[in-house]
Design a protein around this ligand. Structure first.
Ligand code: SAM
Length: 221
């Protein structure tokens, strides 16, 4: 099978324009996302209805921008803060099968969709938790990821205590920190956060109109 289904004809081929080394297992998992999110979104709205037909571009590829910029070392742990229907954590869990992903959200019913999809596609490296990020105690991760959840100031105040304070353990991995996906004019938001993040315009990775004005923000711990 090379295409997701009739509703998502470009899905897998779009991902493969930018990522060339998927295993057959990963291809199978990505291909199932279109039909599964289509089905679940009818029951529990986790993706805006106008976006569901563009799932692979606006949600899957957008999530994978994090994988395009840096490697999570085998065995490392990642928390997705405010994952909603599983973005960016679920596509990243497919991409990095040897990394443990913990997806949290303050709304339980959204996690039901994440759990059902993860189970159907056989994702073993993903767990979920119904909580507010700032209420998590006594747990640390190597990275936090997040998309469209809160201003950087809040996001960093929640993330920092959850991220291990350690150096890089492998040559090709990122140093622990927060990687978040944001849009629009971020200058004031970054200044208010008191952080000095690295910013990558996503059109440098994916030269498509949807990614204009969208950025990956990386705040090392
Ligand atoms: N990250 C997903 C995405 O990009 O599709 C969902 C984005 S949605 C706009 C924001 C999500 O963040 C909601 O599901 C909301 O419940 C969750 N959220 C907001 N504040 C949170 C907090 N303090 N802790 C955990 N989840 C939170």
């Amino acid at each position: 099978m090379t295409q997701a289904n009739g509703r998502f004809p470009e899905g897998m081929s779009l991902l493969q324009q930018y990522f060339t080394d998927f295993t057959p297992a990963q291809i199978g998992q990505f291909e199932q996302l279109g039909p599964l999110y289509g089905e679940w979104n009818e029951k529990i709205n986790v993706i805006s209805r106008k976006d569901i037909d563009a799932l692979y571009e606006r949600h899957v590829l957008h999530s994978l921008s994090i994988a395009a910029v840096g490697n999570f070392a085998k065995g490392s742990t990642v928390i997705d803060i405010g994952t909603g229907g599983g973005f960016p954590g679920l596509p990243l869990a497919i991409f990095f099968p040897e990394v443990e992903f913990h997806l949290v959200d303050s709304i339980a019913k959204k996690l039901k969709v994440v759990e059902a999809i993860a189970q159907t596609i056989g994702l073993k490296n993903l767990s979920t938790q119904h909580t507010r990020a700032e209420e998590i105690k006594n747990r640390k991760f190597d990275f936090a990821v997040s998309r469209a959840v809160a201003p950087l100031k809040e996001l960093w105040s929640w993330s920092k205590p959850l991220i291990h304070n350690r150096p890089r353990i492998a040559e090709n991995e990122l140093a622990p920190g927060l990687l978040c996906l944001k849009g629009g004019d971020l200058a004031a938001e970054i200044q208010a956060s008191g952080t000095k993040p690295r910013q990558l315009p996503l059109t440098q990775l994916f030269p498509l109109p949807f990614f204009e004005e969208k950025f990956l923000i990386y705040v090392p711990r």
